[in-house]
Write a protein that binds this ligand. Structure first.
Ligand SMILES: NC(=O)c1ccc[n+]([C@@H]2O[C@H](COP(=O)([O-])OP(=O)(O)OC[C@H]3O[C@@H](n4cnc5c(N)ncnc54)[C@H](O)[C@@H]3O)[C@@H](O)[C@H]2O)c1
Length: 271
């Protein structure tokens, strides 16, 4: 799925496309010649792209995702790339986080991804065309960090879901492949709303220090445009695990060693 010719334009569907990584994926797909179907709970401006349809969609609502998929197939009759990308972060210690934060994070990050797959995968598989589903997880989905609470749990769930989905689509001979993005820090608005959410916590000070502990060793965020370009490159290479900045995964090996030895978990940073 590289640069598109005029005669066969392919379609990229992207959720969370109003800002950050989603917007960068949309811009990059546009430069590659894709037609775009963009969804976000926030208003979207499709005029900046060559050919884009935009929909205000709450990914937590299965009916809205289903209606969005109907509109996409009504307009383009295909989906070559599905990016389940919408996400939120509500950091804090597990017991300090308000229950509403747990529910919101799991609903957007995990259920939103499931809703996207349930709405689009049947249409993609029955089209008989090759396609790819790209779910945005995070390095937080590979490394369990204290202080990120529901966010880390939701991203672990996205990774497990993506692995299962990949195997199932392969076993079904669907022609649809799966990738999962395990990015480290990206310079987007997600932290702004995360920090704002701390004020709503049961113990805001404890949550703030928990988040600082979790993120303390994270590097300054990368430019979303750089990440988006690499995501397309790695997805086009057929990679399941997308690590846009070649994020280190030594912590995964350390975790396996802890499991093997029966040792309790110890967070030793993002590497
Ligand atoms: N920024 C990082 O450091 C980082 C690192 C790894 C992974 N990610 C992931 O990247 C993805 C994009 O996040 P971002 O960093 O670009 O943040 P962002 O806040 O800039 O963008 C997230 C977008 O999702 C939309 N959204 C939120 N709730 C929604 C809902 N219910 N329905 C539809 N849209 C909704 C927002 O309106 C926003 O446009 C997320 O899944 C995030 O977890 C981010």
């Amino acid at each position: 799925m590289e640069n598109q010719g005029q005669d066969e334009r392919k379609v990229a569907v992207i959720t969370g496309a109003a800002s950050g990584l989603g917007a960068a994926l949309a811009h990059h797909a546009n430069t590659l010649g894709y037609d775009l179907a963009l969804a976000d709970i926030a208003p979207l401006d499709g005029s900046q792209y060559e050919n884009a349809m935009t929909s205000q969609v709450d990914v937590t609502q299965p009916d809205q995702m289903e209606e969005f998929a109907q509109c996409v197939y009504g307009q383009f009759d295909r989906c070559d790339y599905l990016f389940n990308n919408a996400g939120i972060m509500r950091p804090g210690r597990s017991w300090d986080q308000p229950r509403s934060h747990w529910d919101a994070v799991m609903a957007v990050n995990f259920s939103g991804t499931v809703n996207g797959v349930r709405a689009f995968a049947p249409r993609m598989t029955s089209s008989g065309r090759a396609g790819r589903i790209v779910n945005t997880a995070s390095l937080s989905g590979l490394i369990a960090a204290p202080g990120l609470g529901a966010y880390g749990v939701s991203k672990h769930a996205v990774i497990a879901f993506s692995e299962i989905l990949s195997m199932e689509l392969s076993e079904a001979g669907s022609g649809i492949d799966v990738s999962v993005i395990c990015a480290g820090a990206i310079d987007t608005d997600i932290m702004t709303s995360a920090v704002a959410s701390l004020a709503e916590g049961n113990d805001a000070k404890a949550q703030a220090s928990a988040m600082q502990m979790a993120l303390g060793t994270k590097a300054v965020g990368a430019a979303p445009s750089d990440i988006a370009k690499t995501v397309f490159e790695q997805a086009d290479q057929g990679r399941f695990w997308i690590r846009p900045l070649n994020e280190p995964v030594g912590a995964v090996a350390k975790r396996a060693a802890q499991i093997e030895a029966g040792d309790p978990p110890v967070f030793s940073g993002w590497e």
